[in-house]
Ligand binder design. Structure first.
Ligand code: ACO
Length: 429
């Protein structure tokens, strides 16, 4: 007879323990009963970087890394990318169901009417040095929003939470575009309520002196799809930061700033920026074999390759590769694409990458598209943070409404000095 339990024998004591298995998981706290004697704290599990630890139950995003599957709320990413707008998907991620037409109209209306930021925010942005990285500016200005909306700290009030969610999703593109305009030395371009989410973002980024900015429909749609692909990705580094910081019940602006800071790192959302730098460094298709050899020798990593969860082709990278062709028809072909395609071809045949199951991830092609659309490399992580805000906020609400969650506080294995006596500074050798 089979049982959903795990039997553990502690060979130090000869005692046996039977732990329940739920959802193919044991509870780490069930290990605590395993003790050598009554003074023993009890057994813990050791899992640096959470490689095999579930920190939460979640109903938002499903990933099967081996099969290359990604679904939001049960819907395959391919179908969402084909049929929905970003705001429709953001609604789904946040509310659990796709909106009806009237739900969507109301949601779009709410977002459209919260895009303005307080005028003082411009002074904050103006205070940055002329060459400030836009992601540094975004992290700071998102955090600063908390000072404009002090009621946001009432995180247990669902109505207050909802209002901050609307504000954050509406204002992220404005903050991002203002950071860009500052770094380009251009006057700020204000939101245009006639345009959709990504069309308005393009207006705030690219409008010059024309009375009305008209986004190219192909580029607007490509941006919308890219935003859909980046909207959530379960418990990655940035989301874990959102949940960890949010578990202290700080306001969502501060928690979002923390998540964005995590996203800024080159191993996470900063990777697409690194991909472009890498492709520039490689310079031409002829230099690829030498570059790949250096990667294999451990000198550096192939940016945009490999993923903690996907050990197969990242499904998002496949969709991005498709929309790249549509974008290049409008913008002209980005010469970096040829280097990327050849790099991918060589890597996918090479034993080093095949045996480690290293495939292109979402960042490998997104940067090439962004660059073709006229966006500077430094804006790439910013373009990731805008759509990911929906995922962060959905995960944050899930955390706050989950009775099993508490302030995030991991354990450690202390391996430092035992107690010792302090030696006065004059006697230290
Ligand atoms: N290039 C070369 N070798 C690599 C790469 C890479 N991009 N990624 C992993 N490896 C190798 C490692 O050296 C290691 O080899 P070894 O077993 O001989 O030591 C093996 O593959 C496993 O690597 P880990 O670091 O254990 O894999 P992990 O799952 O921890 O790392 C990560 C995942 C951080 C994404 C990694 O693949 C990487 O650094 N990639 C490049 C950066 C990147 O593209 N990041 C974007 C990720 S997607 C996102 O954040 C949206």
């Amino acid at each position: 007879m089979t049982k959903d339990t795990l039997t553990i024998t502690d060979n130090r004591t000869g005692r046996t323990y039977e732990l329940p298995i739920t959802n193919d998981t044991i509870r780490a706290m069930d290990l605590r009963q395993i003790k050598v004697n009554d003074d023993d704290f009890g057994m813990m599990s050791y899992d640096p970087a959470f490689k095999n630890t579930a920190s939460t139950k979640s109903k938002i995003t499903f990933i099967d890394g081996d099969k290359g599957i990604l679904r939001y709320r049960g819907y395959p990413i391919q179908e969402l990318a084909e049929h929905c707008t970003y705001l429709e998907v953001a609604y789904l991620i946040l509310n659990g169901e796709l909106p009806t037409q009237s739900d969507l109209d109301q949601w779009v209306n709410e977002i459209t009417y919260h895009t303005l930021i307080h005028e003082n925010m411009k002074q904050l942005i103006d205070g940055f040095r002329y060459d400030a990285h836009p992601m540094g500016m975004l992290i700071s200005t998102v955090a600063a929003l908390s000072t404009f909306y002090p009621e946001a700290k009432n995180v247990d009030d669902p109505d207050i939470r909802d209002l901050q969610i609307t504000r954050l999703i509406a204002k992220m593109p404005t903050l991002a575009a203002f950071a860009y305009r500052f770094s380009m030395g251009l006057p700020y371009s204000y939101p245009d309520n006639d345009l959709g989410y990504t069309g308005n973002f393009m207006n705030m980024m690219f409008k010059m002196v024309e009375p009305k900015f008209e986004p190219h429909p192909t580029l607007q749609r490509a941006l919308d799809v890219l935003f859909i692909l980046h909207a959530d990705h379960e418990q990655n580094c940035g989301t874990n930061a959102m949940r960890s910081v949010g578990s202290s019940k700080v306001d969502p602006y501060s928690a979002t700033a923390a998540a964005a800071a995590a996203l800024y790192g080159p191993l996470h959302g900063g990777a697409n920026e690194q991909v472009l730098r890498m492709l520039n460094k490689i310079g031409s298709v002829d230099n690829i074999p030498t570059y790949v050899e250096r990667v294999k020798n451990g000198e550096f990593r192939l940016m945009g390759f490999g993923h903690r969860v996907y050990k197969n082709y990242d499904p998002r990278a496949k969709i991005i590769k498709q929309i790249a062709d549509e974008v290049f028809e409008v913008t002209g072909r980005n010469p970096m694409l040829d280097i990327a395609l050849e790099l991918e071809r060589i890597a996918l045949e090479d034993e080093y990458f095949v045996s480690r199951r290293l495939y292109p991830n979402v960042d490998f092609y997104s940067g090439i598209i962004y660059q073709a659309m006229g966006l500077p490399v430094s804006m790439f992580p910013v373009l990731f943070a805008i759509p990911r805000t929906a995922g962060w906020l959905a995960q944050w609400v899930e955390l706050l409404t989950d009775g099993e969650q508490a302030i995030a506080r991991p354990r450690q294995i202390y391996l430092g000095e035992d107690e010792r006596s302090l030696v006065p500074i004059s006697e230290r050798g």
